[in-house]
Ligand binder design. Structure first.
Ligand code: AFP
Length: 332
C-alpha cells in the first residue's frame, strides 16, 4: 500500500497551497530527523540510563534527566547549520540560542520542549518532543528574547512527536492536522492520519485530580458535573485519563476526542504548563483540528507573551466541552 511520506506531504503543501516555503520544509524535515534520533535514544531506556538525573537543573528549577539534555543537544545540533533559523529557544535553555556566526541565518525562530513528560521516562511511559515555528521579525538580525514574544496566532507551523509503542509525528502548517508513523525499517515518517478532526463532544476528561483542593470554582463545577455522570446535569457518564505527558494526552484527544485541563490554581498561580513551547503549539494544532483552547478566560493563541518561560492555564480539546468550561469561568 502506497503511503504518503512526510517529504511528499510537505512538497504538496508547498506546491498546491503555498503554505510551506523550501526553508520551512527543510526545517520540518530536520526536526523530524532529530525526532527519529531522540526516539532511538528513548527506546534504549534503562540500558542507556535515559531517565537518570544528571545533577543539573533547567531554568524552571526542574532536575534534568540525561535525555532532557541529549534531546536538546540533538535538536540544537541538527538545526544550527541549515541556514533556515535566526535563533532557537527551549525549555532547557534560559536564553535564546543564536545561530553561530560561522553559519548563515534564516527567517524562522524555533521554540521547543525537547523532551516533554520526562518525569515519565524512568517508568517507561510515553514522552515526546513539542515544537513551534515563528517568523523572525523583519529587520531583526540578532534575535533576543523580545523577538520570540509573539502570540500563538503568529505560528507558521507546530508539531509534536510521541515516543510510544509507535513513534508518531503530528504536524500542522496551518492547513489542517496530519499524523505520521515512523517506519523504523525505512527510517521514514509515513502518513497514517490524513486529516485529524477532534469530535466536538466527548465523554473523557484529563486532569491531575490530586490538585482538586486548589482548583477555582468553575473547574470544580465542571469536574463535579463530569463525576456526577448520568445522575447529574450532563446526563451522561464520563471517563478519566491522565498520562502526565502532555504529548500523550493531546494525541489521545486528537485521535478520539476529550478535554485536557491544567488550569491555573492556588498552587500554580500562573498555571503549570509553559505558554511558548507547550500551550501555544498544542493550541495551534488543536484549533486546526476543529477543537478549542483557552486559559479559562481567553483564547490561548491570542495571549501576548511577557517572558520566554511564562506559564499559563490550559483547557483544550473537544470544542463544546472547552466552551462549557470557559463559559463557567466567565460566569464566575
Ligand atoms: P515533565 O516534563 O516535567 O514531566 O512535565 C510534563 C508536563 O509539563 C506535561 O507534559 C504534563 O501534562 C504535566 O507536566 C504533568 O504535570 P503533573 O506531573 O503535575 O501531573
Amino acid at each position: 500500500m502506497h503511503r504518503v511520506t512526510l517529504t511528499q506531504y510537505l512538497i504538496e503543501q508547498q506546491r498546491n497551497y503555498g503554505k510551506v516555503s523550501p526553508e520551512l520544509r527543510l526545517l520540518i524535515e530536520i526536526i523530524a530527523r532529530a525526532c527519529k534520533a531522540i526516539s532511538h535514544a528513548v527506546s534504549k531506556g534503562p540500558l542507556a540510563g535515559v531517565g537518570d538525573a544528571v545533577g543539573t537543573h533547567n531554568v524552571q528549577g526542574e532536575a534534568q534527566k540525561k535525555l532532557d539534555v541529549i534531546a536538546n543537544e540533538v535538536l540544537v545540533e541538527a538545526n544550527e547549520w541549515g541556514g533556515h533559523l535566526a535563533a532557537m529557544m527551549s525549555e532547557e535553555m534560559a536564553t535564546p540560542y543564536t545561530i553561530p556566526h560561522r553559519y548563515p541565518k534564516g527567517g524562522f525562530l524555533l521554540v521547543m520542549d525537547p523532551l516533554d513528560g520526562s518525569s515519565n521516562l524512568d517508568v517507561n511511559i510515553s514522552v515526546g518532543t513539542i515544537f513551534s515555528v515563528l517568523r523572525c521579525p523583519e529587520g531583526v538580525t540578532e534575535p533576543d528574547e523580545k523577538a520570540f514574544l509573539q502570540p500563538g496566532v503568529k505560528q507558521v507551523a507546530a508539531g509534536f512527536a510521541v515516543y510510544g509503542a509507535a513513534t508518531i509525528l503530528v504536524l500542522t502548517v496551518g492547513n489542517g492536522v496530519v499524523g505520521f508513523t515512523l517506519d523504523r525499517e525505512m527510517g521514514s515518517f509515513l502518513m497514517t492520519q490524513e486529516r485529524i478532526v477532534i469530535p466536538e463532544d466527548t465523554q473523557e476528561f484529563a486532569i491531575n485530580a490530586s490538585n482538586a483542593r486548589n482548583w477555582e470554582p468553575p473547574v470544580k463545577r465542571y469536574i463535579d458535573e463530569c463525576l456526577a455522570g448520568k445522575t447529574g446535569p450532563r446526563g451522561k457518564d464520563f471517563n478519566m485519563r491522565w498520562v502526565a505527558s502532555m504529548v500523550a494526552d493531546v494525541y489521545r484527544i486528537l485521535s478520539r476526542g476529550g478535554i485536557f485541563m491544567y488550569p491555573r490554581d492556588a498552587k500554580y498561580n500562573d498555571g503549570r504548563l509553559r505558554l511558548m513551547y507547550e500551550a501555544n503549539p498544542m493550541s495551534f494544532i488543536v484549533e486546526q483540528a476543529g477543537g478549542a483552547a483557552t486559559n479559562g478566560r481567553q483564547r490561548i493563541l491570542e495571549i501576548q507573551p511577557r517572558a520566554l518561560h511564562q506559564r499559563v492555564g490550559v483547557i483544550l480539546g473537544s470544542k463544546n466541552e472547552v466552551e462549557c468550561v470557559t463559559r463557567y469561568h466567565l460566569q464566575a
